[in-house]
Design a protein around this ligand. Structure first.
Ligand SMILES: Cc1cc2nc3c(=O)[nH]c(=O)nc-3n(C[C@H](O)[C@H](O)[C@H](O)COP(=O)(O)OP(=O)(O)OC[C@H]3O[C@@H](n4cnc5c(N)ncnc54)[C@H](O)[C@@H]3O)c2cc1C
Ligand code: SF4
Length: 330
């Protein structure tokens, strides 16, 4: 690994000031499970410089807190995935997040990998992470190796130029729970719903989220779900030990006598950002769920544009949506 300077931030203001001071040569580091892997492998490219300065946010006190508030739950960006999984507060009404965190990575990584790092981790496309592919679009080059290469685990929806799938399990759950991100930066603080937080390659192929230079994710705000909300999380992996999602789904909805009232169906592992299956939601709106679920999930077929090796993901995602909704109803 090449040398870098480590700067410990003691407060959010400190982190923002350090990021401003070192600009493009600085990166935020929390647990380091994602960032240090890329640095060790020297994954760089025309628009992906090797970071010379790391701003460590892991000692910021408010980053490590979970607080129940009158209208929901506030989770600091530095809370580990293991703490999310074990928290009685998170499990009380926001268990989708606990389940998603528990399904990510291995126990070792969950012990030091943080929520902020999980949400903001970089793509896992094997070309992006491969040392010999530094001219891929996402690294600032002019080629996508997945189009003519091996793309069994790539996107079936929302790809353009770049076809990676967003790797974060917690991101999928947070969009389903209508959560928001509180950000701090040189221009102050702002709050962004997670549905608008992730950026696909159509908007900007070089980044995956709306974070501006010098901005930090401070905490996640999750509203209290409406009374009688039903929810379920399912993740399919190709290796059962631990692995990223081949496809996953988070559903959170309300129903009355078996009729769909309101809710969200969000897929992971199928698109460059968590994919909200609004077509399926619309097809269920005001209708008997069990009578209409088979037809409703087929809305995904018209939205999907599979690549040469991944058409199986369309059928898989449709089956997962049905399975998750029936699981939530059971
Ligand atoms: C072997 C392995 C298997 C894995 N499997 C899964 C899986 O199945 N599902 C899954 O979801 N994830 C998986 N992961 C990813 C893992 O969960 C993440 O690496 C971890 O959560 C990242 O947290 P961290 O604190 O270590 O992040 P870091 O490595 O410190 O940071 C990751 C990225 O986020 C940025 N960042 C960190 N904190 C902030 C912040 N507060 N504000 C803005 N940017 C920030 C960093 O700059 C960096 O770019 C896996 C990782 C490994 C190594
Ligand atoms: S899918 Fe994206 S990250 Fe992967 S090779 Fe293509 S451009 Fe690069």
């Amino acid at each position: 690994m090449k040398a870098f300077e480590l700067h410990e931030a003691r407060s959010v203001e400190d982190a923002v000031a350090l990021l401003g001071k070192y600009n493009a040569s600085a990166k935020i580091i929390a647990g380091g499970s994602d960032l240090l892997g890329m640095m060790k492998d020297q994954i760089t490219g025309p628009s992906l410089p090797y970071p010379e300065h790391l701003v460590d946010v892991s000692a910021i006190p408010e980053f490590a807190t979970i607080n129940r508030v009158s209208d929901g739950l506030r989770v600091g960006a530095g809370v580990t995935l293991a703490d999310l999984e074990a928290s009685s507060d998170v499990n009380a009404a926001w268990s989708l997040l606990a389940q998603a965190a528990a399904s990510a990575a291995s126990p070792l990584i969950r012990n030091f990998g943080t929520l902020g790092g999980n949400i903001n981790q970089r793509p896992r496309c094997w070309y992006f992470r491969g040392t010999q592919f530094n001219d891929c679009y996402k690294r600032g080059g002019d080629f996508c190796f997945a189009v003519t290469g091996k793309n069994a685990y790539h996107a079936i929806i929302g790809g353009e130029l770049c076809y990676f799938v967003h790797p974060s399990d917690t991101a999928t759950a947070l969009v389903a729970m209508n959560a928001s991100a509180k950000l701090a930066g040189p221009d102050g603080q702002r709050t962004v719903p997670f549905e608008e937080y992730f950026v696909g390659p159509r908007e900007d192929v070089l980044r995956e989220n709306v974070l501006k230079p010098g901005e930090v994710l401070v905490e996640v705000l999750i509203p209290t779900p409406p009374a009688n909300t039903r929810s379920a999380w399912i993740k399919v992996k190709s290796r059962q030990v631990y692995d990223f999602a081949v496809a996953s789904v988070a559903v959170a909805f309300t129903e009355e006598n078996g009729t769909w009232k309101d809710g969200r169906i969000v897929l992971g592992g199928v698109a460059p950002k968590p994919y909200r299956a609004t077509g399926v939601e619309e097809a269920l709106q005001g209708k008997s769920i069990t009578d209409n679920i088979d037809n409703a999930v087929q809305r995904l077929t018209s939205a999907a544009r599979p690549m040469s090796d991944n058409a199986y993901k369309v059928t898989l995602a449709e089956a997962l949506i049905k399975q998750a909704i029936l699981k939530a109803l059971a």
